[in-house]
Design a protein around this ligand. Structure first.
Ligand code: PBG
Length: 331
């Protein structure tokens, strides 16, 4: 019996010590590329826990300011604001009322952390409509694309007036990016940036978010959000949004769509965001709570994977906590 000659080529050499692993790490996380989604609820006197998202709260206007100050302290890149109004109606009128909860929260956020963080707001009607759809409906109950665009343009103006740096178009209506860009420019808000949720899929992983915003939706969003089966279509959606003037585009959800993210990152001429959504958060939390996965390692690995697949920045409910860990590691 001869001993096999050991190979000269040994990839394990660059894995032998923490120092060499650190040297050759191809992807790194930095607080600046993390964006924290936050919820504010009109009429609360105390922050309220969201059962399906342990650790995430519906904020009061006051507690929101605290969370934002903490996020800025941790050095993250930005926040994405979602708001839950007390009253809803068919056209989502609270979305465009300057005194509506989202618009006042934008102004609060800009006042509190506007120099440190990019203040972004969700531009969509679903939190504001009594039927829970992302747009207004035709008499027969279908989502009316072009009538919705009129509302989105009005919403963009309300958010820009409140001081939003960037509006996040999450409604998946055709033509929304161009219509909002035009409305902002016509009103002199040409500095307000547009984030287009270009490839947003009709996903079961938004489940806990529906609790977070007390969604009134019955049924689903499959006539406007993308079919999870489709990969090629993402490139088309991105091309359209870029042509219509998107400053940043997004793939959402993240973890089940890393192939789409990699495709999009390879061709996008603008920064690419990815959203680690509520259901992804809930899965990690549930498994970690059972002791079935190591919480911190799993969180870091999940966000690292999203970056590795090509996201320039990541929306994650872990943004502030993760930024704290990153600061510990580099000390
Ligand atoms: C729509 C919107 C949704 C999410 C962000 N924006 C819900 C939906 O499309 O049904 C989901 C985010 C998450 O699940 O964390 N305004």
């Amino acid at each position: 019996m001869t001993t096999p000659h050991p190979g000269r080529i040994r990839p394990r050499r660059t894995r032998t010590t923490p120092a060499v692993r650190r040297l050759v790490a191809q992807t790194r996380l930095h607080p600046a590329e993390l964006v924290l989604p936050v919820f504010v609820r009109e009429g609360l006197t105390e922050p309220r826990p969201i059962t399906s998202m342990p650790g995430v709260l519906q904020h009061t206007r006051d507690s929101l300011r605290g969370a934002l100050a903490q996020a800025a302290e941790a050095g993250i890149g930005g926040v994405m604001l979602f708001a839950v109004p007390e009253h809803r109606d068919a056209t989502g009128s609270q979305a465009t009322d300057p005194d509506g909860i989202l618009n006042v929260a934008i102004a609060d956020a800009v006042a509190e952390v506007g120099d440190a963080l990019v203040v972004q707001a969700d531009l969509c009607l679903d939190e504001f409509t009594d039927h829970g759809h992302c747009g207004v409906l035709t008499p027969s109950g279908a989502v009316d694309n072009d009538a919705t665009l009129v509302r989105y343009a009005e919403m963009a103006l309300a958010q820009a007036a409140a001081g939003a740096h960037l509006v996040g178009l999450s409604g998946m209506m055709d033509g929304q990016t161009g219509v909002v860009r035009d409305a902002l420019d016509d009103a002199g808000h040409d500095d307000v940036a547009v984030l287009a949720y270009a490839a947003k899929y009709a996903s079961a992983f938004y489940g806990p978010f529906r609790e977070a915003v007390e969604s009134q939706l019955e049924g689903d969003r499959r006539t406007y959000q993308m079919d999870p089966a489709n990969r090629r279509e993402a490139a088309r959606e991105v091309a359209i949004d870029v042509a219509e003037g998107a400053d940043v585009i997004m793939v959402k959800p993240a973890m089940s769509y890393l192939d789409v993210l990699a495709d999009v990152a390879a061709v996008s001429p603008v920064p690419v965001a990815a959203y680690q959504v509520s259901g992804e958060y809930a899965m990690l939390e549930a498994a970690a709570a059972q002791g079935w996965i190591e919480r911190r390692r799993a969180i870091v690995e999940s966000v690292l994977s999203i970056r590795r697949a090509g996201a320039d920045h990541v929306l994650t409910y872990y943004a502030t906590e993760l930024a704290g860990w990153l600061a510990e590691e580099t000390r």
